[in-house]
Design a protein. Structure first.
Length: 331
């Protein structure tokens, strides 16, 4: 099993993590000071004030504070992503995509009910249904694109919102559909050339090139194979690797680009991130028990992983991608 980072946290923080229930996606804020966890089961978002610490023997993590957020627009929250340090986009599988401003001040262990700044719903030409994972792409100082996995209509939709207009959606369209069967996770490469989408039903990850026009009939340029039921995924900062959380096993898979993401690939490494007891406790079906939420912090040194039976764990990115000195072998 891959070594974990033993994070420091108060009893109150540990209690909040223990009480969050079934989790889905997890996301670091752009300034790396907050970590948001989607509390699907209890219909809330858990916001942690976090610090990633550099050290000679590897990174450390401290969680200093937390707050729980509820809202009429936070239901079965599956996906979330930060538009900026204080603005969060939330995708609810049983409802809409909502945009929130985080409460001012320190988290202070508060439980707060908040009101959305904007809700994004179905339009005439773009049916937003069962929204799941979400990815934010900044287009300009005021305009942001939200890419949303519509889990049970098997498509990814694109929504362009404008901050100056209270995040009103200026454009809604179906962006991707071909090859997708329950899109369950989404990630954008840092160079802006690729978008990767977990396809639960086909048990792989589809990668689409952003260099040309995209549409529902666009074929994937690449496919990542041999993940039982892929969920959360992230590109490393140099875009050389993609990490994929496997909800159907206790593992996290690592794929290597070899200069691009076209074609088919199998994992270069597959690493155990859950012990047998934890995995089997959540093993209600072949599709469950493994890690779901996954993110890499903005310093590109720490990986956060979450699932229902293990609310939060951290690992060193260097140990996962197999850099020299990690001491890990391929499974």
């Amino acid at each position: 099993m891959i070594p974990r980072i033993d994070f420091r946290a108060s009893d109150a923080v540990q209690a909040a993590l223990s009480a969050i229930g079934r989790t889905e996606d997890v996301r670091f804020s752009p300034d790396n000071r907050l970590l948001a966890i989607a509390g699907f089961g209890r219909k809330r978002c858990l916001i942690l004030r976090i610090e990633v610490e550099a050290a000679a023997d590897g990174p450390g993590v401290a969680i200093h504070d937390y707050m729980e957020l509820t809202s009429d627009c936070i239901g079965e929250v599956h996906g979330l992503d930060f538009i900026d340090d204080r603005t969060l986009a939330v995708a609810n599988r049983d409802g809409v995509v909502a945009i929130f401003s985080l409460p001012s001040g320190e988290p202070a262990g508060r439980s707060l009910e908040i009101v959305s700044r904007r809700q994004i719903k179905s339009g005439l030409f773009c049916k937003l249904r069962t929204p799941g994972s979400i990815a934010v792409r900044r287009e300009s100082p005021s305009r942001t694109t939200l890419l949303v996995c519509n889990n049970y209509t098997y498509r990814v939709t694109r929504h362009v919102v404008d901050r100056r207009l209270g995040y009103r959606a200026l454009r809604n369209q179906v962006l991707l559909k071909r090859g997708l069967d329950i899109p369950d996770g989404i990630a954008l490469s840092h160079d802006g050339k690729w978008v990767a989408v977990s396809s639960h039903g086909t048990r792989d990850v589809k990668i689409y090139s952003l260099s040309g026009l995209l549409g529902p009939d666009t074929e994937p340029a690449g496919i990542l194979e041999n993940a039982n039921y892929p969920h959360g995924l992230r590109f490393t900062a140099d875009d050389r690797h993609i990490l994929v959380a496997d909800a159907g096993s206790p593992k996290l898979h690592v794929y290597e680009s070899e200069g691009g993401w076209s074609g088919r690939r199998t994992p270069s490494r597959s690493l155990v991130v859950l012990d047998d007891e934890t995995f089997l406790r959540g093993r209600m079906s072949d599709e469950e028990g493994g890690p779901k939420g996954l993110d890499i912090d903005r310093s590109n040194s720490v990986v956060a992983v979450t699932c229902e039976e293990q609310a939060l764990a951290f690992c060193s990115l260097a140990s996962i991608v197999g850099r020299q000195g990690s001491g890990l072998s391929r499974s």
